[in-house]
Structures are given as C-alpha cells and as structure tokens.
Design a binder for this molecule. Structure first.
Ligand SMILES: Cc1cc2nc3c(=O)[nH]c(=O)nc-3n(C[C@H](O)[C@H](O)[C@H](O)COP(=O)(O)OP(=O)(O)OC[C@H]3O[C@@H](n4cnc5c(N)ncnc54)[C@H](O)[C@@H]3O)c2cc1C
Length: 384
C-alpha cells in the first residue's frame, strides 16, 4: 500500500469509527457498563468494519493497516467507551504473534478466521501466582505421544468467556535455567480439557469478560506450538507485548480525551458566583495542564507506533508511551471529575466511568513499575 492510499484508507476508517461511536456506542455505553453486559451487537458491528483484523495482512483477510492507524482506531474507540477495545485488544496480540512467528500452515489456518472475527482470541499469560513475573508461571505442558497434555490455571484473562483461541504460555521445561527459556507458546483452542472459569467483577472496564482459564489434562496437538519451536514463548510474547503497549497507550489517550472534552464543554456552561467556571484561572490551569498532558501522550504513542511501522524492536518507546499515557490518563480523568463538581461523582454522566476505566491502563500489558524497569534497562544500555 503506498502512502497516499494509506492516508485515504486511514481517513475513511477513522470517520467510520467516529460515526459508530457517536451513533451506536455513546447512547448505550453507560447502561451496559452499569449492568456489566457484554456489548454483543457493538462487537459484531466492529467485526463487520474489519476491526478484528486491523493489522492482519490483506492476503489473510485482514485490513493490512499499519500500527499508526491501529493506535488511532484504539484512541477513537476509547473516547466513546474503552471496554469495546477489549475484544480486539489481546485478540490483535495473538494475531500479531501468529503472523510473525507462526508457520505458513498456522497462518492459513488461523489468520482469516481471526481477521473476520469468526474466531475471537486472547492472551493467556497471567496466573493466580504470577503476573509481572511471567517466567515464574506454573502451567505445564508435558509431552505425550509426540503431542502435549497441559495442566494449570490462568487468571485475569480478557475475552476468557467469549474468546475461542488464546496465545497460551506454558512450561515445557520447568527445570531449565534461566526459567524463561523453558516457556513455550501455544495456539490453544477451547475444548479437550480447556474451559473458562469465573468471570471477575471489576470496578471498570465493565461489560467485557475477564475470567479464569482452566486447563485440566488439556490435550493439544504439537501442530499448535507457535512456530513449531519449543522454548521460544517468552521471547515471542515480549515482542508481541510491545504492540499491546501501543494499544494500551492509545486507549489511555482516548479515555483522557473523552474526559477532557466533556470537562472543557461543561466548564464553559457551568456558572458560579455569576461567572462561567471556565473564566476562573484555577479551572483554566486544570484545562491547560490536561490538554498539554494529552497532547504529549498522543505524540509519544504515535511516535512508538511509527517506530513499530519502521521495523525492529521498540520496547523503550512503547514502554515510555504506555507509562506516560496511562499515568496522565489517571490524572486527567480525576481532574475532569473535579471540574464537574458533584455531578462528576454520580452515574448519570459518563465522567465517573472514564475515572473508573483509567486504572486498567496502569496495570494491563505490564504495570507502570514494570515499564520503568524496561525503560531504565534500555536507557542504561543506551548510555553505557
Ligand atoms: C482487567 C484486567 C484484564 C487483564 N487481561 C489480561 C489478559 O488478557 N491476559 C493476561 O495474561 N493478563 C491479563 N491481565 C493481568 C495483568 O497483566 C496483570 O494483572 C499485571 O501484569 C500485574 O500482575 P499481577 O496482578 O500479578 O501483579 P504483581 O505482578 O503481583 O504485582 C503487584 C505489584 O508489585 C509491583 N511489582 C511487581 N514486580 C515488581 C518489580 N520487580 N519491581 C517493582 N515493582 C514490582 C507491580 O507493579 C504491582 O504494583 C489483566 C488484568 C486486569 C486487571
């Protein structure tokens, strides 16, 4: 795709997404959030728009778009309701991993179905005993007659109930040192001893399923080892998570922008002591800081996406973007609530939803503390 075509397609898809948010999402988001209801019809419409295959190659049925467009789409969706990015978020990490590390047979088998949304995917790393410390997972895959039997539990898995197929990490060699070298990536489909468990009741990011996954003597064919190589799962996932960090940073920019746009409008309507609150310098200072933080976070997110588009690893830029965007999202959503006064605290307006959704971005795809470790490691290497 040449640059002119890409610009045109990007414009078209962003317009379509914006219309979808205004017409379909905003009117029902708060109600679905309150009831914690899965937004099936919205997700089906997103599949029709091709959003399950944004970065999947056209030859496998995807839109074949770049990560800059991917970031912009996640931002637009999150301005409306961040939860609807859930079903396509870790789904796109699985798709990325198959497209990059899968064999041609694996790509042909999975990518067209993932691109259309016929199969919905996710990422199964976290366990009850280990989240940040991925290398300490306990789920084990034992060889049996050339194939594998997997036992273990995963926790906090987005799309756990509604998803069909997951990028699963399991230990094929629990004794090897360092530990991460014993981890293998599987393309794991439900059935044969793989089920979902409890759907967790969350403070934000509601409507989307986040569940336990249970593997009880789960039989999986050796054809489902990602790339058909053992011991590569940790490296494959660390690479794939860089794209996940772009999507989380973009979600944070979107949520912060949604809250900011509501607050700046309200500030120009609400009067106290005979004047609009937007005429008060204190409120102007809040607005100025919020706008500046969002602008910086957006530039960092687009810069990380651009680095991805130009090839190679970019964990420094994606880590910085994810850390900064998620932290300013928490600050901006709080300040937006402050500007709304008492109205910011009640559920009639979406402002409290933005505030409850913001912390997920600090946790998902590596917490802020873990991003700082990654950033510092890269900076120390760069300046050694
Ligand atoms: C709504 C939701 C959806 C999620 N979706 C998925 C999913 O789809 N797939 C998936 O695999 N996981 C998913 N997760 C899990 C998420 O990735 C983990 O919760 C996250 O990585 C943190 O792991 P933990 O909860 O085990 O916290 P821990 O790793 O136990 O960390 C606890 C605290 O200690 C800090 N900490 C840990 N290690 C260090 C260190 N070395 N130095 C300094 N501080 C440290 C952490 O930053 C954190 O503040 C989801 C979580 C949530 C809440």
């Amino acid at each position: 795709m040449n640059n002119k075509n890409l610009e045109e397609i990007r414009k078209q898809i962003l317009n379509t997404v914006q219309e979808f948010i205004t017409r379909e999402v905003k009117p029902i988001a708060s109600k679905l959030d309150e009831k914690d209801s899965y937004p099936s019809s919205l997700i089906d419409q997103m599949a029709e728009m091709g959003l399950f295959g944004i970065t999947i190659d056209e030859k496998y049925g995807g839109l074949g778009l770049d990560y800059s467009t991917y970031a912009m789409i996640f931002e637009e969706l999150s301005k409306g309701w961040m939860s609807i990015t859930g079903p396509i978020g870790t789904h796109s990490i699985l798709s990325y991993a198959i497209q990059k590390y899968g064999t041609e047979d694996q790509k042909i088998k999975w990518l067209p179905k993932l691109a259309s949304g016929e199969k919905r995917g996710g990422l199964a790393l976290t366990e009850p005993g280990s989240g940040s410390d991925v290398a300490s997972i306990k789920t084990e895959a034992k060889k049996q007659n050339g194939n594998y039997i997997i036992n273990g539990n995963k926790l906090f898995i987005t799309n756990g109930k509604n998803g069909d197929v997951f990028f699963l990490l399991a230990k094929t060699d629990p004794k090897i040192a360092p530990k991460h070298r014993g981890i293998t990536g599987f393309i794991a489909e439900k059935g044969n001893g793989f089920t979902s468990g409890k759907d967790l009741n969350k403070m934000g990011y509601r409507g989307v399923d986040t569940t336990e996954l249970i593997f009880q003597d789960y039989k999986i064919n050796k054809e489902n080892v990602l790339g058909k190589v053992e011991g590569q799962g940790f490296y494959q996932v660390m690479d794939a998570l860089e794209t996940g960090r772009i999507n989380i940073a973009a979600r944070a920019v979107g949520v912060a922008t949604g809250a900011f746009e509501s607050a700046i409008k309200y500030a120009q309507e609400r009067k106290t002591f005979g004047k609009k609150i937007s005429e008060r310098q204190t409120i102007q200072n809040y607005l100025a800081d919020m706008g500046t933080k969002i602008h910086a976070a957006r530039l960092m997110t687009y810069d990380a996406a651009k680095k991805k588009d130009s090839g190679g690893r970019f964990d420094l830029e994606s880590g910085m973007a994810k850390l900064f965007a998620s932290e300013i999202c928490r600050e901006v959503t709080f300040d937006a609530m402050r500007i709304f006064g008492g109205y910011g605290f009640i559920k009639d307006l979406p402002i409290e939803r933005y505030y409850r959704d913001a912390p997920l971005m600090i946790i998902g795809e590596g917490t802020s503390e873990i991003q700082r470790l990654i950033i510092a490691r890269n900076l120390l290497k760069k300046y050694s």
